[in-house]
Design a protein around this ligand. Structure first.
Ligand code: ZN
Length: 576
């Protein structure tokens, strides 16, 4: 029943003042946007605009907080302790629907008398925080052309940041300073709900707005239930009242929707994949590029309103699920990764689409795919909505990261991971499990500034490690454990190893001169009988080896005390 009380309050519509401007086919420039919010900050003590830190452009990234406390310190404490929604806009600055929708929402809230309770007075309003525009460099790189297929606004920013990075791939590697600022914002708020606003490309269909929810298999059980059994069904109802239909993101399995759609694998590199590691109820909103900008903005606003209404009416349920999820993460004994789509388990979903057609193009002379809006259809299509983790690792008590890995320590600290630094007085030797890279491939072209490692094979070896001052110890029984495993388990999809943080260990630094070394092998083999046995066996069985002096010498070298122990050994260890 609660929704009936709440929605009329939130879905007020009006057409005066700024609302007209934000409802048109234009979106503000970054200076206009910030100047407007600074003005609201001056006029309303319930609306605060905070400079949260730099972007890779140089200009700051701001956070607008509505319904905070009296001062900034108390506001962030209130956010962490109460139900809080964080909305991220313009991470792709060519997709500014969320910018306008947030401005419209502010106008609407002010006109409604700045309510902080539900209409029946029973439930508290959440803290609502939004990043007015996250990709500042992209906002400053404005044109009317970079979104070739998009229906408005008249001018908009660019997808890439000042460093030409796609910031929505940067949440783990953190190449852009924006990502450090985001981490500061995110952990200062610890939001219960996170929304990342976008505009989609791809197939044509009637839905104005689609949503991506977190891959259910990766979620804590309570967050899985909250997302799929509570939040999404209720959001669908609320959106229906707001007169639009909510449908999952149309990620195609084949060439057209009729061959099926695939649930999105929200890896930690993406905004919502990152936020769901910390058990925020996370969504990406994708409005459809071919719908007019004002219509897309309205749909984005409707989604926001529906989510706020859900947060008001279900705050206790959300808080309980998140607390349980944090405890679950803390007490996990194994960590699963390398999720692959399970193509054998297929659901059916009722889909509204347009018939695919293949007319011959008058210029290219080729028959290419198009969608005929005059031929709408509604039918069940396959929905590939199940993933399976191909790998898992048992969770250690601690990880150790060697102190020289400053870039990693900086990233862990910016994510507020609890860690202990080894000091001169706490130095000791310790039995650890050590990761040895056995094989990997690097692609021939960079992806987001990296030659991200693939086809990794990693072995573990028990060794005695002598700790040094500056090394860090990370306990796994902490709330943010899922982030820790996602970056430190070397085979996890977005681990620091895959993102090239350890490339220097993948190159051998010393070699030998065969003409000198061959004089040493007799002594080595005599003192290492097991090696001698392995060497003789291989010589017998492997003809190429038997006829290749370099290969034989390298084999002995590699297994001798002369070989450098750091080669292929990661400066990350597990303590069980
Ligand atoms: Zn986007």
């Amino acid at each position: 029943m609660k929704k009936v009380f709440i929605l009329p309050l939130l879905l007020l519509s009006y057409n005066k003042g700024y609302s007209q401007q934000w409802s048109a086919n234009t979106t503000p420039t970054y200076p206009e946007l910030i100047a407007h919010l600074q003005q609201l900050d001056k006029q309303h003590r319930e609306i605060r605009l905070y400079n949260m830190g730099p972007s890779d452009h140089g200009l700051p990234i701001y956070l607008c907080v509505v319904n905070g406390a009296k001062d900034s310190l108390k506001t962030f404490i209130k956010a962490r302790n109460n139900t809080t929604i964080l909305i991220n806009n313009a991470i792709h600055a060519g997709e500014p629907d969320g910018v306008n929708a947030s401005l419209l929402w502010l106008e609407q809230w002010i006109r409604a008398g700045k309510p902080t309770k539900s209409r029946d007075g029973k439930d508290d309003f959440p803290v609502i925080a939004f990043i007015p525009a996250y990709n500042v460099g992209g906002m400053m790189n404005r044109s009317s052309k970079s979104r070739a297929n998009q229906n408005g606004p008249e001018a908009y920013g660019f997808r890439g940041s000042a460093k030409n990075l796609d910031l929505n791939r940067d949440f783990i590697k953190m190449d852009a300073v924006n990502s450090f600022t985001f981490a500061r914002i995110f952990h200062a708020l610890d939001p219960d709900i996170f929304i990342d606003n976008h505009v989609s490309n791809g197939a044509d269909y009637p839905y104005t707005l689609t949503y991506i929810s977190s891959m259910k298999e990766r979620l804590a059980p309570t967050m899985q239930a909250l997302t799929y059994e509570s939040c999404i069904p209720i959001l669908k109802d609320y959106c229906q009242i707001g007169n639009f239909e909510l449908f999952p993101y149309v990620e195609l399995k084949g060439a057209t929707p009729e061959s099926g759609i695939v649930a999105f694998n929200d890896l930690p590199r993406y905004a919502m994949g990152y936020t769901s590691l910390f058990h925020s109820l996370s969504f990406t909103v994708e409005t459809h590029m071919l719908k007019a900008f004002p219509q897309r903005v309205q749909a984005t606003l409707n989604f926001m309103n529906s989510m706020i209404a859900y947060a008001i009416s279900h705050s206790q349920e959300i808080e309980t699920a998140r607390t349980a999820a944090k405890n679950w993460a803390k007490n996990q004994t194994s960590y699963a990764y390398n999720y692959q789509l399970d193509e054998k388990q297929v659901d059916q979903i009722r889909f509204k689409g347009y018939e695919a057609i293949y007319p011959e193009h008058p210029i290219t002379g080729l028959k290419q795919l198009g969608y005929d809006q005059k031929q709408p259809y509604e039918k069940y299509i396959p929905y590939y909505n199940h993933y399976q983790a191909k790998d898992s690792s048992s969770v250690p008590k601690y990880y150790i990261v060697s102190g020289q890995e400053q870039a990693i320590i900086e990233r862990l600290e910016s994510n507020q991971i609890e860690l202990t630094r080894i000091t001169a007085s706490s130095i000791k030797t310790i039995e650890v499990s050590s990761f040895i890279v056995k094989d990997f491939k690097a692609p021939s072209k960079p992806y987001e500034g990296h030659f991200k490692l693939q086809n990794l094979q990693v072995d573990k070896q028990l060794i005695t490690l002598e700790l040094k001052a500056g090394d860090i110890l990370i306990a796994c029984n902490q709330d943010k454990a899922n982030f820790i495993h996602a970056v430190l388990q070397p085979l996890a999809e977005d681990s620091y190893l895959t993102w090239n943080f350890f490339d220097s260990y993948l190159q051998q630094k010393e070699y030998f001169s065969p003409y000198v070394f061959k004089e040493q092998i007799a002594e080595i083999l005599n003192t290492q009988p097991k090696l001698k046995e392995a060497y003789e066996a291989r010589k017998r069985l492997d003809l190429k080896f038997a006829n290749d002096e370099w290969e034989q010498l390298y084999f002995i070298y590699q297994n001798s005390p002369y070989f450098e122990p750091s080669f292929m050994r990661l400066p990350v260890y597990e303590v069980y």
